[in-house]
Write a new protein. Structure first.
Length: 323
C-alpha cells in the first residue's frame, strides 16, 4: 500500500490589482508564501473516505469525486487555522488532491483541477504558492467574462502568475492572528465581493497600478526591505477602501488597532491585513526580529485581545510530496 505525504505552507494575501468593472482585467492577486505555519497530510488508498479530522472530510469527498477513485484514508499531521487570512482552504484542498492522486499512482496538475474544487476563482496566489512558493502576482481575469457574478463552473481557469520572485533570505514577517471573528468565506464572501465589484472606484485601481510598477516590484527585484514594506502597506490601505463597507472600515476590527501599533515601531517597516483578516502582518528582517515579535505581542496587549504571534520567513519553494 502506498503512503504519500504532502506538506505546504500558509500565505499572506496583500490585495488585488483591480476590483472595478471599468477596467479590462479584474482581480489580479498579490501575495507571498510562508514557510510556516504548515499543512502536512498523508494519504493511503482506501475504499471510502476516512480521516482523523472531521473538518477535513468535505475536502476528501470533493477530491475523491473529482479524481473518480474509490476512496482515501487521510491523516492530518499539521494544519493551521481556517478562515483567518492565511489561505488554509486552498492549501488543504490541493494537498489532499495531490496526496490522494499519488496514493492511487496518478499524477495530476493541481492548477487545472483547482476550479473543480472551487479554488483559485478570484486570486491565483494560493495555487501559485502551492506550485512554487515565493512572492506571486497573477494576471487576473478578463472583466468581460467576470461581471458581478463569476462564470459557471468549468468555464474559467486559475489566473496564471505574471511572475514569481524569491524574497531575500533575511526578510521576515511577524504574523499576528487575534482571537476574533473569522474572515468571510463561501457564499457570504461571494456576496460581499459581488457587492464590492458593483460599486468599486476605478481610480483606486489606477493608483495600485502605479504603486505596483513603480514601487512594489522594483522593491522586490532590488531587495529593498523598507520600500517593500511601505508598498505592501499602501496596497493594503488602497484595497481597504474598496472593502470598507463590507468589513467595517479600511481594516476589519481589531486589525486597524494592531496595524497602527505595529506601524509606530522602528522594528517594523510596513504592516497590513491579510485577506479578510483577522490576521495582520508586519514586515521586518532577521536583525530586528526579536524587537518585532515583542512589538507584536505588545500590540495585542494594547488592543486588549488575545492572539498568536509568529515570526515567519517567506517561502522559496512550493509544496513537497514524499512517498
Amino acid at each position: 500500500m502506498t503512503t504519500v505525504e504532502v506538506e505546504t505552507g500558509a500565505r499572506l494575501h496583500f490585495g488585488f490589482q483591480n476590483l472595478s468593472l471599468a477596467h479590462e482585467r479584474l482581480y489580479g492577486g498579490i501575495g507571498v508564501g510562508l514557510t510556516t505555519p504548515k499543512i502536512r497530510v498523508s494519504a493511503e488508498p482506501a475504499d471510502g473516505v476516512h480521516c482523523d479530522d472531521a473538518a477535513i472530510e468535505p475536502y476528501l469527498r470533493d477530491v475523491v469525486e473529482v479524481l473518480g477513485v474509490d476512496g482515501v484514508d487521510l491523516t492530518v499531521h499539521d494544519r493551521f487555522e481556517r478562515h483567518v487570512g492565511l489561505g488554509s482552504g486552498t492549501q488543504l484542498a490541493l494537498a489532499v488532491l495531490v496526496g490522494t492522486a499519488r496514493a492511487h499512482d496518478r499524477t495530476v496538475d493541481p492548477r487545472s483541477l483547482a476550479p473543480e474544487l472551487g479554488r483559485g476563482g478570484r486570486s491565483g496566489v494560493g495555487v501559485g504558492i502551492f506550485e512554487s512558493g515565493g512572492f506571486v502576482v497573477d494576471v487576473g481575469h478578463p472583466t468581460e467574462r467576470f461581471t458581478t457574478a463569476p462564470p459557471g463552473a468549468g468555464s474559467w481557469t486559475v489566473p496564471e502568475p505574471i511572475n514569481t520572485w524569491t524574497l531575500p533570505d533575511s526578510w521576515r514577517f511577524v504574523v499576528l492572528t487575534p482571537e476574533a471573528e473569522q474572515g468571510q468565506s463561501g457564499e457570504a464572501e461571494d456576496e460581499s465581493i459581488r457587492s464590492i465589484v458593483e460599486r468599486a472606484d476605478a481610480g483606486i485601481a489606477d493608483d495600485i497600478a502605479t504603486l505596483l510598477t513603480r514601487r512594489l516590484l522594483p522593491a522586490v527585484v532590488e531587495g529593498n526591505l523598507a520600500a517593500f514594506g511601505a508598498a505592501v502597506a499602501r496596497l493594503g490601505r488602497l484595497n481597504g477602501a474598496w472593502f470598507a463597507d463590507e468589513q467595517g472600515g479600511v481594516y476589519r476590527p481589531p486589525a486597524g488597532a494592531l496595524i497602527d501599533y505595529l506601524d509606530s515601531g522602528r522594528s517594523i517597516v510596513g504592516a497590513g491585513q491579510s485577506s479578510w483578516g483577522p490576521t495582520v502582518y508586519g514586515v521586518t528582517d532577521q536583525t530586528r526580529s526579536e524587537q518585532a515579535v515583542e512589538r507584536a505581542a505588545d500590540a495585542l496587549d494594547e488592543a486588549g485581545v488575545a492572539g498568536r504571534v509568529r515570526l515567519v520567513a517567506p517561502s522559496d519553494s512550493g509544496a513537497t510530496v514524499r512517498d
